[in-house]
Design a protein around this ligand. Structure first.
Ligand code: HMG
Ligand code: MG
Length: 287
């Protein structure tokens, strides 16, 4: 039997957050419910950010209230500050994620804070999460390239990763936010990060803007990563990263991993159905 690799589904959050059409809560709930039957352990489906910054995520509490929770699945939410964390707890998210950047330009554009300020904002979230036993994941954006600052030095990513891990994040997801990473730049970044955070606590979060996400996943597998974020139907982008295409599509990653001999434990026919639903949502055809 092949070695296990986990796909962390982020379509209902990272995917949908960038869609221009206001998507009804009922459609988001239908997508999550479909994904819940596919065999994921973790599905990110909510984001408790300012609705002025990301209007699409405004109904996140209703989404968490409306879904049918499958046993063994953790439903995750983004939380940029204490208010977001409290809202996520009230909405019964199973885990939360703080999100930082490895470049100052993106940090400012995305969360209106320097990297240092953002880390300071996360400290009370980490303390409150520890008290109630809530797992916290840590994202780092722009791990190889930033739309504002250009190439990102690997040491910068390693420093932010070490800080988030040291604060208690159980896993660090490394975001190629604008999909400009190459197997070479991803590998150089990972080598620097792995010196500070073990590979088994890292995840690759690759956008497919330049069509290199699968090659970047292969480079990451070679360095020991076994968790990858993906969005069903290749939904997504980031509202504060101009030109960012969707996350790498879950169905492509699942097929690629299976062809490479890895086990994902996913039901590919359910994923195909969810991908179809995602495409219809994008086109405004309803689901
Ligand atoms: P700010 O404007 O600096 O802060 O935003 P503020 O405290 O002045 O708040 C502005 C308004 O938002 C206020 O309302 C607050 O009450 C409200 P007003 O007084 O103007 O009516 N507010 C909130 N409302 C709901 N929930 C909250 C919340 N906090 C404040 N939690 C802030 C700072 C962080 C809030 C803002 O910049 C923000 O929400 N940014 C989020 C941007 C975002 O969600 N980006 C996409 C997610 S990151 C991503 O996609 C990358 C990733 O996928 C990895 C990768 O690909 O790289 C993770
Ligand atoms: Mg992303």
């Amino acid at each position: 039997m092949g070695e296990r690799v986990e796909i962390f589904e982020v379509g209902p959050r990272d995917g949908l957050q960038n869609e221009k059409r206001p998507i009804p809560v009922s459609e988001k709930v239908a997508l999550v419910d479909c994904l819940s039957r596919a065999g994921f352990s973790r599905i990110e489906c909510a984001s408790f950010v300012s609705p002025k910054w990301v209007p699409q995520m405004a109904g996140s509490a209703e989404v968490l209230a409306g879904i049918t929770r499958a046993p063994g699945v953790r439903y995750a939410a983004l939380t940029p500050n204490m208010r977001g964390f409290q809202d996520a707890v009230a909405a019964k998210a199973d885990e939360v994620a703080v999100f930082a950047a490895a470049s100052e330009g993106f940090s400012k554009a995305n969360i209106n804070a320097t990297i240092e300020e953002s880390i300071a904002r996360f400290a009370p979230i980490m303390a409150a999460a520890r008290e109630i036993g809530m797992p916290v994941r840590g994202y780092i954006s722009c791990v190889t390239d930033c739309p504002y600052d250009g190439p990102t030095p690997p040491e910068k990513v390693a420093g932010v990763a070490e800080t988030l891990f040291g604060m208690g994040c159980y896993e660090i997801s490394l975001g190629d936010t604008i999909g400009q990473g190459t197997p070479e730049s991803i590998s150089a970044m990972l080598r620097a990060v792995i010196e500070r955070v073990p590979a088994e606590r890292l995840a690759g979060h690759y956008h497919d803007t330049a069509g290199r996400a699968l090659a970047n996943i292969d480079a990451s597998l070679a360095l020991g990563l076994r968790v990858f974020d993906a969005a069903v139907g290749g939904l997504g982008g980031c509202p504060y990263a101009p030109g960012a295409a969707g996350n790498v599509a879950t169905e492509r990653v699942a097929a690629h991993l299976a062809a490479s001999g890895y086990q994902t434990g996913l039901d590919l026919s359910v994923i195909e159905a969810a991908a179809e639903m995602a495409r219809a949502m994008r086109l405004g055809e309803g689901v």
